[in-house]
Design a protein around this ligand. Structure first.
Ligand SMILES: CC(C)(COP(=O)(O)OP(=O)(O)OC[C@H]1O[C@@H](n2cnc3c(N)ncnc32)[C@H](O)[C@@H]1OP(=O)(O)O)[C@@H](O)C(=O)NCCC(=O)NCCS
Length: 204
């Protein structure tokens, strides 16, 4: 059973990462297909993400998932809040009975250097660097990108300008502080870097 990582975040919230080694048939036997995803690899990732929802909470009601105009999947009765991410051979999900959540996983890639000014302000990046050594470190840049993606999903209403609306600061061992200008909130972003993956999530 390829559970790559699992964590009970609190009494009401669980997080899991699945390393996808199964065929599409395995997932589609367990998960009703609600969306047409034409690319086979993306379809496998999509199904693995959905599979994790019931893996984390066995009574998760797949049949009640709706898709917002922003493409955020949700349950209308909010019995569970949930968020999904996939990357390469991994799918991740976080599910909570009582809190809004957002999750993102990434595999660090060097080309993120090329777009770093699209999602970061110079002063913001400087906060994370003791000197210029880390300034274009693609692991650090991927972490900051992943944090902003997690905020985007946690918010869920779209129309977020990553540079303007999301300010990151104060990196600790497993958390990064955030100011989110769209609703003037300060969610704490949790993160891990392990096994070639960057993981970021919010429960708030
Ligand atoms: C929607 C978005 C977050 C998906 O990210 P991604 O890295 O392509 O893909 P991930 O695998 O991490 O996440 C995909 C999942 O996010 C979820 N999702 C999609 N839209 C969402 C939204 N608006 N809110 C919350 N979650 C959303 C879905 O569950 C989706 O998986 P599924 O379709 O299989 O259910 C991304 O495409 C996006 O729009 N990001 C914002 C980009 C942006 O504004 N950039 C500006 C700075 S350069």
């Amino acid at each position: 059973m390829p559970v790559f990582f699992q964590q009970q975040i609190n009494e009401h919230t669980r997080l899991g990462i699945w390393k996808i080694e199964e065929t599409e048939e395995f997932f589609s036997q367990n998960v009703p297909v609600q969306q047409n995803v034409s690319h086979p690899k993306k379809r496998l990732q999509h199904l693995a993400g959905r599979f994790l929802l019931q893996f984390l909470f066995p009574d998760f009601p797949y049949e009640l998932i709706q898709i917002a105009d922003t493409r955020k999947p949700y349950l209308a009765d909010a019995k569970y809040h949930f968020s999904i991410s996939h990357c390469g051979d991994y799918a991740a999900a976080i599910v909570s009975r009582d809190s809004r959540v957002g999750i993102d996983i990434e595999i660090p890639v060097e080309k993120i250097r090329l777009i770093r000014w699209k999602f970061l302000q110079k002063e913001e990046l400087q906060r994370f660097t003791q000197n210029d050594v880390e300034f274009d470190d693609h692991h650090l840049l991927t972490l900051l990108w992943s944090c902003k993606e997690a905020v985007f999903k946690w918010y869920g209403d779209g129309e977020v300008d990553f540079r303007q609306h999301i300010q990151l600061s104060n990196r600790q061992e497993e958390t990064i502080d955030c100011f989110f200008g769209k609703n003037e909130s300060k969610p704490i972003i949790n993160y891990r870097i392990f096994g070639g993956l960057v993981l970021a999530w919010i429960v708030s």
